[in-house]
Design a protein around this ligand. Structure first.
Ligand SMILES: C[S@@+](CC[C@H](N)C(=O)[O-])C[C@H]1O[C@@H](n2cnc3c(N)ncnc32)[C@H](O)[C@@H]1O
Length: 281
């Protein structure tokens, strides 16, 4: 154990696992024990509590909404990057090209990045599409980024990242981000204006009505068990526009939630609803 870390008994670990599963759908494996100790010890100390049992008691009985949020924020894994799994963005670009062809300015286009972490995913969508189709500025084009973790959403809203985020990006993609000259890069104002960020827990009710032309839900289902994954993926079908696309993570599949979709590419699913129903959606 590192300095400042608190011992975690089997029983306490089980209580923490049960709680994060209940509130966020996250199934923590036994391998996450060290992560739990390192991430939660600081919080337990800051609250002046003796150990993890007291902490879970506190959350269950008297903790504020902020305490509950800090617990979830500490246990999420937020790894992401610009142009991650870039074949999805290429596919989306081709699809949007077909959608906008011959349509009048002002036409609606909606994309949702569910579990967007620090924002690189929705910003990649915005940067990539605006670069390919500058006329989208005259469309009713909006991107929604949601995540359960409010700390990552605060970073996302800033749109400022370390320059190291550019490593591995092709020059034509790196150019889409502005260098500030202080070791940081930022997303352009035109792209930031397209994206709004909102807290949303994917295992509770969703307030949005849709329809979305495309939904990205990548690399979050891996933290859920199979029934939770299936329920979540199934719910996307009713929010997707007919023939719209769902993009999922490289190691994920829709499981029991796949009824409304057909697989059309590597981790790319299309709504089975036909687009003649689109206007009524
Ligand atoms: C590994 S990141 C994926 C980011 C991005 N989609 C990507 O693929 O690069 C997983 C994200 O899922 C979020 N998350 C975990 N459980 C969630 C839940 N129940 N509802 C919404 N977001 C959740 C985490 O906060 C984290 O930011």
């Amino acid at each position: 154990m590192e300095a400042g870390e608190i011992a975690l008994s089997e029983r306490e670990f089980s209580r923490i696992k049960a709680r994060v599963y209940q509130v966020a759908g996250i199934s923590l494996s036994d391998a996450k024990r060290t992560l739990v100790i390192s991430r939660l010890s600081k919080i337990v100390r800051a609250l002046g509590l003796a150990g993890f049992d007291d902490y879970v008691d506190y959350l269950e009985r008297g903790g504020s909404a902020e305490d509950g949020q800090n617990f979830v924020n500490a246990l999420t894994t937020n790894l992401t990057r610009f142009y991650r799994e870039d074949h999805h963005f290429e596919h989306l670009r081709r699809y949007v090209g077909t959608l906008i062809a011959g349509k009048p300015r002002g036409t609606r286009l909606r994309i949702w990045s569910a579990a967007c972490s620090t924002g690189q995913e929705p910003y990649t969508v915005g940067m990539d599409l605006l670069a390919a189709f500058p006329e989208l500025r005259r469309w009713d084009f909006k991107i929604l980024g949601t995540d359960i973790d409010t700390a990552v959403l605060r970073k996302a809203a800033l749109g400022v990242y370390p320059e190291s985020e550019l490593s591995g990006l092709a020059p034509e993609r790196a150019r889409l981000l502005d260098r500030r000259g202080d070791g940081q890069i930022e997303v352009s104002a035109a792209v930031r204006e397209l994206v709004s960020f909102k807290p949303l827990n994917l295992i509770t009710a969703w307030p949005m009505k849709g329809p979305f032309d495309a939904i990205f839900c990548r690399n979050v289902a891996i933290y859920f068990d199979k029934p939770t994954q299936g329920q979540m993926f199934g719910r996307f079908a009713s929010l997707l526009a007919p023939e719209g696309f769902l993009y999922i993570g490289h190691s994920e599949n829709l499981g029991s939630g796949g009824d409304g979709f057909k697989l059309v590419g590597k981790t790319i699913y299309q709504s089975k609803l036909k687009s003649n129903k689109r206007e009524a959606a």
